[in-house]
Design a protein around this ligand. Structure first.
Ligand code: NAG
Ligand code: NAG
Ligand code: NAG
Ligand code: NAG
Length: 401
C-alpha cells in the first residue's frame, strides 16, 4: 500500500467513530423509510423512493379492487341478473364494491335495482366528453365512408366504436376507478357457473399477475385490418418497451395477426398495467392512427395485444377454473358438468378449447414452464380461426347504444 500511514489513520478514525456511524445509518433508515417518520408525518404524499424493497412482502391488506361495468339504464334486468350471480357465487363472502358507469345519468330505478341485491358499496358515474367522443383528428369523410360500407356487425355505429375506445383507453382513468389497484370487468347478462371460493384479486397480487382472462378467441378480421401493422409501427419505434418474455408468438402468424385475443368482457386486471406509460403510449399511438373509427378496433384485441407484448408471460393468468358465460359463448371448467362446485353444461360449452386457447397454452408453456409435460387437451378443439363466424355477432349484448 503506497500510503500506509494514511490507512492506519483512517482505521483509527473508523474504529473511533464506528458507533456514531452505525447509529447515523440506523437513524437515516428510520427517518427515511418509516412511513410514520418525520418526513412522512410532515408530508404524507411524499414519495418514499429509495426505501422500496424488491423483496416480496406478504401483504395482508385488502386489495383496492372493484367489480366494474359500463352499462345503460335499459340494461337493468340483465345487470341485475349478473350481479345476483356474482353475489351468490363470490361476492356475498367478499363484499367488493361495484362501480357502474354510463354515458347518461343513471336513473333512480337503476340504482335502487342494483343496491337491493348487495350489501357491498355501489357507485354510479357518468363519462366525461373527452372519453366519449370522436377525436378531432378523425377525418369525417373517411369515417362516414367506413360506416356506410362496413359489412361487419355494428359497422354503422358511432356508439359501439366510442365504447371500444373508452374501454381501451379511459375506463381505468375514470374518477371512480382511478384509485383502484385491480378491477374485474362485468357486464349485463353474464353468468358465473362456479363457486369462486377464493379471492381472485389477492390471488393475482400474490402471484404477480397483471392480466387475468377466461375465454380466448379470434377476432373478426375486417374490424382490425391495420391494427397489427399499427402495433408494429409502435413496437419498432419503442423496442425497449417489449417485455423480455412476451407472448407475441401467441398473436403472430408470420408477419400477420392471427386475431387471437382475450374476450375482455371478463378481465381481472392489475390497473398499474393500464396506467403504465407503456400502455398509455401504446393507446395514444393507436388512437392517433384512427382505427377505432376507420375500422372498429375492439378493446379486447387492444388489451390482449398490449398484454402479450408488454407483459411477461408469467404475468398473465388463465382463470380456467371460472365457469363463465357471455352471450352467446360459455366456458366450463373440465368435468364441471358432473362434479365439483360448478353447474356448467359442457356439451353447450363449445369453446372448451378454442384454437386461441390451445395456442396460448402452448406458447405460455414454452416460455414459462418449459419443463412441464405435454399439455393435455381438455376438450374438442374448435378451430375458430378457420371458421368465418364473426365473433362480433357474439358481442351484441356488449354494445352501448
Ligand atoms: C409534499 O410532497 C409532494 C411530493 O414530493 C410535493 O409535491 C408537495 O408540494 C409537498 N407538500 C408540502 C406541503 O410540502
Ligand atoms: C379526408 O379524407 C379525404 C378522402 O381521403 C380527403 O380527400 C380529404 O382531403 C381529407 N380531409 C382532411 C381534412 O384531411
Ligand atoms: C402490413 O405490413 C405488411 C408487412 O410490412 C404488409 O405486407 C401489409 O400489406 C401491411 N398490411 C396493411 C393492411 O397495411
Ligand atoms: C420481464 O422479465 C424480465 C426478466 O425477469 C424483467 O427484467 C422485466 O422487468 C420483466 N418485464 C415486466 C414488464 O415486468
Amino acid at each position: 500500500m503506497p500510503f500506509p500511514h494514511l490507512a492506519a489513520r483512517y482505521k483509527r478514525l473508523l474504529l473511533k467513530h464506528l458507533p456514531v456511524l452505525v447509529a447515523g445509518v440506523l437513524a437515516g433508515y428510520i427517518i427515511g423509510c418509516n412511513k410514520l417518520g418525520i418526513r412522512g408525518l410532515l408530508n404524507l404524499s411524499q414519495d418514499m423512493g429509495g426505501c422500496h424493497s424488491n423483496e416480496p412482502v406478504a401483504d395482508n391488506s385488502r386489495p383496492r379492487a372493484a367489480l366494474v361495468a359500463l352499462v345503460r339504464n335499459r340494461e337493468l334486468l340483465g345487470m341485475r341478473m349478473a350481479v345476483r350471480q356474482i353475489e351468490d357465487r363470490f361476492n356475498r363472502n367478499y363484499n367488493y364494491p361495484y362501480i357502474f358507469v354510463n354515458d347518461q345519468e343513471f336513473t333512480e330505478e337503476f340504482k335502487e335495482g342494483i343496491r337491493a341485491l348487495t350489501n357491498a358499496e355501489v357507485s354510479f358515474g357518468t363519462l366525461d366528453s373527452e372519453s366519449w367522443q370522436v377525436p378531432e383528428w378523425i377525418n369525417q369523410t373517411l369515417y362516414e365512408e367506413e360506416k356506410r360500407t362496413a359489412t361487419y356487425l355494428h359497422g354503422g355505429k358511432d356508439s359501439y366504436r366510442k365504447m371500444c375506445r373508452f374501454q381501451s383507453g379511459y375506463l381505468h382513468k375514470h374518477p371512480l376507478v382511478a384509485d383502484l389497484d385491480y378491477y374485474w370487468r362485468i357486464e349485463p347478462d353474464v353468468e358465473y357457473y362456479c363457486d369462486i371460493d377464493y379471492d381472485p384479486f389477492v390471488y393475482m397480487r400474490e402471484n404477480g399477475y397483471k392480466y387475468g382472462w377466461t375465454i380466448a378467441m379470434p377476432e373478426f378480421m375486417p374490424t382490425v385490418r391495420t391494427l397489427w401493422n399499427t402495433t408494429m409501427e409502435f413496437v419498432n419505434a419503442n423496442q425497449g418497451l417489449v417485455a423480455q418474455n412476451n407472448m407475441a408468438e401467441w398473436l403472430a402468424n408470420g408477419d400477420a395477426y392471427n386475431g387471437c385475443h382475450f374476450w375482455s368482457n371478463f378481465e381481472i386486471v392489475d390497473l398499474s398495467f393500464y396506467r403504465s406509460s407503456t400502455y398509455q403510449m401504446f393507446f395514444d399511438h393507436l388512437d392517433r392512427a384512427g382505427g377505432f373509427f376507420y375500422e372498429r378496433w375492439g378493446d379486447a384485441p387492444v388489451h390482449s395485444i398490449a398484454a402479450a407484448l408488454f407483459l411477461n408471460a408469467s404475468q398473465i393468468h388463465y382463470f380456467n377454473d371460472i365457469g363463465y358465460y357471455h352471450p352467446t359463448i360459455l366456458y366450463c371448467p373440465q368435468g364441471s358438468s358432473t362434479k365439483g362446485r360448478c353447474v356448467c353444461d359442457e356439451d353447450k360449452a363449445f369453446i372448451h378449447n378454442t384454437a386461441c386457447t390451445v395456442r396460448y397454452k402452448e406458447v405460455r408453456q414454452k416460455i414459462v414452464e418449459p419443463e412441464a409435460k405435454e399439455l393435455a387437451h381438455t376438450g374438442p378443439l374448435v378451430d375458430f380461426a378457420l371458421s368465418v363466424e364473426p365473433k362480433s355477432q357474439l358481442r351484441d349484448a356488449n354494445e352501448v347504444k
